[in-house]
Design a protein around this ligand. Structure first.
Ligand SMILES: [Fe+2]
Length: 242
């Protein structure tokens, strides 16, 4: 079986709506490991308007604790640190002063929007980030309702170097039937680059990558599956071009 690289997770405890305690954080890593994940990027929300992101080093401390736990229990597990930027007008300053982290210190930046975001906001935001020299990774792309009718833009975004991330559980209908349809469409049209769990906890949003395998194994070749589940996330972390 191929290993999984989970590039989008909320396992760090006490910093956003992800894990609440150290025990929950470690149990989430246990679950991910059992599921077949061998590399994880910890991406707490950076959304100061929600009170998340400027946490006085709490995320770094939780990350160090998780690294120590992984070293003791799972020596073949690789951990990286990033943020999930909730795009907002003042985020450029946070990027310039380094308070919002890129993925593993690369030029790749995980960016999310509310589900009901206006199409032009995504378009403008992505263009702005690209002009600043970032490679935006659009978080859970299947969930934005405006993109259901703007697949042409998704194609342009990808052609211009944008990266499309999708959540493993969406193919099960976790985020509704439209997101499920859109997930399949992005995969079948070759527009999706990276599958992640976006895991928040042990129950409702677990860090399980394998849930999408039955669909992928039926509709994609082995090379494509490997790219979606491992290779492309490695490229991001190594800051390599696509
Ligand atoms: Fe997330």
């Amino acid at each position: 079986m191929i290993p999984f690289f989970d590039l989008h997770t909320h396992m760090l405890y006490g910093v956003d709506d992800g894990a609440g305690t150290r025990e929950e954080m470690c149990a989430m890593l246990d679950m991910a490991y059992r599921d077949g994940t061998r590399a994880v990027c910890l991406t707490p929300h950076f959304a100061p308007y929600m009170g998340w992101g400027r946490d006085g080093g709490r995320a770094e401390r939780a990350f160090d604790e998780l690294r120590a736990y992984a070293a003791a229990h799972y020596p073949d597990m690789h951990l990286y640190l990033g943020h999930e930027l909730g795009y907002h007008a003042a985020c450029m300053q946070a990027l310039n002063d380094g308070s919002c982290r890129t993925l593993g210190n690369s030029r790749y930046l995980l960016v999310d929007f509310p589900e009901a975001v206006n199409f032009f906001e995504i378009q403008n935001a992505m263009g702005q980030l690209q002009r600043m020299g970032y490679h935006p990774v659009l978080a859970h792309t299947e969930r934005y309702r405006c993109l259901f009718t703007h697949m042409g833009w998704v194609r342009e975004f990808v052609q211009g170097g944008g990266i499309v991330q999708i959540n493993a559980s969406s193919v099960l209908g976790t985020w509704g039937s439209m997101a499920k349809i859109q997930w399949k469409r992005l995969v079948r049209e070759g527009l999706a680059h990276i599958v992640s769990s976006d895991g928040h906890n042990l129950s409702r949003r677990p860090p399980r990558m394998s849930v999408c395998l039955p669909y992928l194994e039926k509709h994609c070749d082995a090379r494509t599956i490997r790219r979606l589940m491992w290779d492309n996330a490695c490229r991001v972390i190594r800051d390599e071009p696509f």
